[in-house]
Design a binder for this molecule. Structure first.
Ligand code: F6P
Length: 353
């Protein structure tokens, strides 16, 4: 008999259920006697011993369902090294050993992988799957959730285009992505943004004003900016720095300050659209269904072969085990010199640099 624990941790995204279904169906079809326990609300379920025994029927009809049937939560990794953190780790180990688990499957993003690696080092058999709309997990070409989010944000740009053009306005669409610009870059390109601002390429507001004014001179009365939530101005951009000091904003990102600054400088009406958590919601796109199913089924193979301590990444287009110790603590950023950035620049998209 094999006993498997499963949990989803961190921010939800599309295709989490599809991935768990991939793992479970592959396990059920290859092993006669397998029991899967689903921990509720991420690592918290493992800490508090909150779980339920899942049955094959729990994995039916969930391929297209967004969110996660197990619930999720964030257990910040740094709390594990703070007072009480050691006890939290011990509780997770206790639940694992009381249930006599053969393996724990965790589906999560960067924070989740740090904890997964720690549990692996503590002697638990862990296998992980890379989920996040941010696509920022090191060791995988792609995370599931990302392409679905790209589709959603692209649709936002399509809608914004018509209203921006009708009113001759400047629009900023603030895109999620945490500290990286993958989602902004891909959706901005797919949605025809004129300016793309990502954390990896700090911007200068002078350049943005020039781009907006140049478009105006060319008879294009509107400009669409795809702005990553983590975008930041260059340190040398003193005029924007001064403006932000004089006009402090309670908003965590640069978006609203940039909007009012650009409105003042260009005398154009500037509007902001923040799709927010919509980007993580709804059904997974077909690409994510395929990716998550294939990574999930490969995770089942790793369980059977006892290849623990790995994340199943997509490496050169194929599911591949990547050691958790290599994944944990690293960030996959957009390379400012990448082909995608270069071809975007080549066709006139400004990155504000
Ligand atoms: O990591 C996914 C993500 O949606 C990021 O893009 C965003 O920065 C963050 O989670 C939002 O977190 P929360 O759901 O806690 O507001």
């Amino acid at each position: 008999m094999k006993k498997i624990g499963m949990l989803t941790s961190g921010g939800d995204c599309q295709a989490l259920n599809a991935a768990m279904r991939g793992v479970a169906k592959a396990l059920y079809s290859k092993i006669d006697d397998v029991v899967i326990y689903g921990f509720e609300n991420g690592y918290k379920g493992l800490v508090n011993g909150e779980y339920r025994k899942l049955k094959p029927k729990d994995f039916s009809g969930i391929l297209t369902v967004g969110g996660t049937i197990l619930g999720t939560s964030r257990l910040p990794f740094k709390t594990l090294s703070e007072p009480g953190g050691k006890e939290t780790v011990e509780k997770m180990k206790k639940t694992y050993s009381e249930l006599k688990l053969d393996c724990l499957i965790v589906l999560g993003g960067n924070g989740t992988h740090k904890t997964a690696n720690l549990l692996s080092k503590e002697g638990l058999n862990v296998i992980s799957l890379p989920k996040t709309i941010d696509n920022d997990i090191w060791g995988t070409d792609m995370t599931f959730g990302f392409q679905s989010a790209v589709d959603i944000v692209t649709n936002v740009f399509d809608c914004i285009h018509t209203t921006a053009a009708s009113h001759g306005r400047v629009f900023i669409v603030e895109v999620m992505g945490h500290k990286v610009g993958w989602l902004t870059l891909h959706s901005g390109l797919a949605g025809g943004a004129d300016i793309i601002l990502i954390p990896e390429i700090p911007f200068s507001t002078d350049k943005l004003i020039k781009t907006i004014n140049k478009r105006e001179e060319e008879g294009k009365s509107f400009t669409i900016l795809a702005v990553a939530e983590g975008a930041k101005a260059k340190k040398s951009d003193k005029s924007f720095e001064e403006y932000c000091k004089k006009n402090p904003s309670n908003y965590e990102t640069v978006t609203y300050s940039l909007a009012s600054f650009l409105q003042e400088k260009t005398k154009k009406e500037v509007r902001v659209t923040v799709p927010g958590h919509m980007q993580r919601g709804g059904i997974p796109c077909s690409y994510d269904r395929v990716l998550s199913t294939s990574l999930g089924a490969t995770a089942a193979e790793l369980i059977i072969n006892k290849q623990y301590g790995n994340m199943v990444g997509l490496v050169n287009g194929r599911p591949f085990p990547v050691p958790l110790s290599e994944v944990a603590g690293k960030l996959k950023e957009v390379d400012p010199e990448s082909a995608l950035v270069r071809s975007s620049k080549a066709m006139g998209i400004s990155f504000g640099d």
